[in-house]
Design a protein around this ligand. Sequence first.
Ligand code: NAD
Ligand code: MG
Length: 380
Amino acid sequence: MIAILGATGSIGTQALDIVSRYPDRFRAVCLTAHSSSEKLFDLVRKFRPDCAALNVEPDHIPEDVKFCQWFFGEDSTVRALLASKAQDALCAIVGIAGLDAVWAALDVCERVLLANKEALVTGGALVTAKARAKKIPLLPVDSEHSAIFQCLQARQGNPVKRLLLTASGGALRDWTKEAMYDATVRDVLKHPTWNMGGKITVDCASMANKGLEIMEAHHLFDMPAEKIDVVIHPQSVVHSMIEFTDGAVLAQLGMPDMRGPIGYAMGFPERLPYDATPVDFYKLGHLDFAAPDYDRFPCLKMAIDALKAGGSMPVVFNGANEQAVGAFLRERIPFGRIPEVVAHALGAVPQTEIKSIADVYAADRAARADAENTLRRLSC
Ligand code: NAD
Ligand code: MG
């Protein structure tokens, strides 16, 4: 019995593809979405969950989806999850908006499958401490973290020296700094190797995504920022690597398809075959690797510095970035202004300690307020 939170999104629909391949193994008992009601109605018709939720209540509920229990409003995801009695929760909501659902899943589920990286970036130590205290596995769905988690199965108690997160470099990988500044929404959403939701695709182009993933890896694998490196790898075949103290490096490879890491978390420890394209090394010929360029991708550097600064700074980075990305997608600011909005918030919002989820939301509100001020200044 699995709840798919954020069922209409890129991760949610790919998770449902795995569900439909294994009907004897999985039943989707809870499906939720923000506002895409028609899409959710179709999924409800197909997967027949017990509970469904929409943050934005639609004008009309079709007769043929009324068999399940519906929840509407801001906290509808959490209420639907609690009512569904799901054993597993796949948390695939985008942004800090998914934090409450992750927190609630840790109260009622046996396993939490985590795609929603912003919940860890912001809730970080609180989320991992709760999972540890309740002995609930937090299974990574993000491809890099799944790769590291898979490599760690071969650790045999040995210490890990370094984590190497690979990064495609996003849609603007080879653009000059000047050209990047005015990249359009269309340019940015053309990701070279992955097909994902809008927010994460923009984050890939600015490499804020890799910064968020460093924070995510820090929390999931208890590694300091200094021991997490980023390697640009345009083909997205090596999904990430771990290095041991004897210099040995283990990597997990596969053609880019999120159903790999999603299925690994769903079936863990068993692997669930799907129609994956095998890696054809003869056809690939070569795999490329390079160092990240902090000058063209300042968001990556700011994220690393925010993690090192600690306290509320990762929350501020995330909140300001979410606000700036939203503004870019609505064409309020050029792409090149995203780092400016984030940098301003990091410099202006006072650092606080994070001791509770309320502290997280306070820091998030402060970051968004500062970002909104900057946006008003920049976009008028
Ligand atoms: P998406 O935009 O395609 O889907 C987001 C889902 O969350 C939708 O179902 C939407 O209705 C729901 N949602 C959005 N805002 C919400 C809110 N305020 N309250 C409740 N529900 C809300 O996003 P995605 O690409 O599937 O990404 C989801 C998460 O997974 C993100 O945190 C992303 O970073 C992470 N992730 C995605 C991929 C990928 O390949 N798409 C890869 C790695 C990690
Ligand atoms: Mg990733």
